[in-house]
Ligand binder design. Structure first.
Ligand SMILES: [Mg+2]
Length: 367
């Protein structure tokens, strides 16, 4: 590939509903779209940090600055021939996984379009369908939570995931079990508890959960190992599984049985695939989480989920479940709780929507 131009577009699309988790709330989705041009083809990537930095320290502004000032110019100047060249270059910079993911996935997408080889095949994926799970935030009351879940479940999602925090855990779970029976159910605490809560968290075993995602602090792999040894329910790591070395440590310590692999957190397809391979070979389950991203990131997570170790439903959902509009054609649309991979193996950008929700745009060119 000869990368001639990189166009960066910051877009902001309103969420249908404010999204609240244990560490904060957002009402708009910010993403930076990376369009990599070569030989008449355009490959797309998405850098999708949360505004307000409630998931990590990265913000749309900090990721924009890295892409515009450092990563974009460096990629153009280095004239990489292969994905390995791009990977080496990005490794030299370190920095945000979000910025890295935007550039790296654009390079994979571009390589796929130039070679005519579907992205999921390039990744080594085989699965023709991907199961989708419903994820909902924290609401003002259990009644609202149950109503929202009921509305969304019409699309046939394969499991329910609720966000929990101290004071919002056993009560909503009891209500969900009462109203929705033995539907596959999991929780995500986004680091809301700490070691002194371990005894309390053991109570969650009674709900027969598919997994408990990131109950303790990000850096507390030992605490997670202690908790996992006392729980029947699998512990799943998200924020803690920052890179492959952390996942390796977690496996050694016995901190989890499942890993949520987010392309944004780990910095692209290559790192995500390496973590998948490690977990798959070590007998851990994996699934693809989301921020959630807009359609490009969503489709990329969906295609990643075709790899054999992704045995749990993904967090990728229908575009309209989260956003007022989306930037991809076709829009993501769950059918009976699943996505058909062939529907998304080639996709386009809706440039009208991209321009409508554009915050700013800049084009970097080869000098
Ligand atoms: Mg999570």
């Amino acid at each position: 590939m000869k990368i001639e131009k990189i166009v960066l577009t910051h877009v902001r699309i309103p969420l249908r509903d404010p999204f609240r988790i244990s560490s904060g709330s957002v009402s708009e989705k910010d993403s930076i779209i990376v369009a990599m041009h070569s030989e008449g083809f355009i490959g797309y990537g998405e850098a999708s940090p949360m505004s307000g930095s409630f998931y990590s320290d990265d913000t749309p502004d900090s990721v924009w600055a890295q892409l515009v000032s450092v990563i974009g110019p460096a990629i153009l100047a280095a004239r990489p021939d292969t994905l390995e060249d791009v990977d080496d270059l990005l490794n030299d910079f370190g920095g945000s996984g979000f910025a890295r993911a935007g550039a790296e996935t654009a390079a994979w997408d571009l390589d796929s379009r130039i070679s005519g080889r579907p992205l999921h095949s390039m990744l080594g994926g085989m699965r023709p369908d991907v199961a989708s799970g419903l994820a909902v935030g924290i609401y003002q009351s259990v009644e609202i939570l149950l109503r929202r879940i009921g509305e969304y479940l019409c699309e046939g999602y394969k499991r329910i995931k609720i966000k929990i925090e101290k004071g919002w855990d056993a009560e909503p779970l009891t209500a969900i079990r009462k109203h929705f029976g033995d539907i596959p159910l999991m929780v995500d605490a986004n680091c809301a508890y700490d070691r002194k809560d371990i005894e309390y968290l053991r109570r969650l075993d009674e709900f027969g959960l598919m997994m408990i995602e990131q109950p303790l602090k990000k850096d507390d792999l030992e605490g997670h190992a202690q908790l996992q040894s006392l729980l029947n329910t699998p512990v799943c790591l998200d924020e803690s599984a920052e890179d492959i070395s952390q996942v390796r440590n977690a496996i050694t310590l016995g901190s989890c049985r499942i890993v949520n692999i987010k392309i944004q957190r780990v910095g692209g397809f290559g790192n995500a695939k390496a973590i998948h391979d490690l977990c798959y070979g070590s007998g851990l389950g994996v699934w693809a989480g989301t921020m959630p991203e807009l359609g490009i990131g969503g489709i990329h997570a969906l295609l990643l989920s075709t790899l054999p170790g992704f045995t749990y439903p993904t967090d990728v959902e229908s575009s309209e479940r989260w956003f007022l509009d989306d930037i991809v054609v076709p829009r993501l649309k769950v059918c009976n709780g699943t996505f058909k991979v062939s529907d998304y193996s080639s996709y386009d950008i809706d440039t009208t929507v991209l321009q409508k929700y554009k915050v700013k745009e800049t084009a970097l060119t080869l000098n």
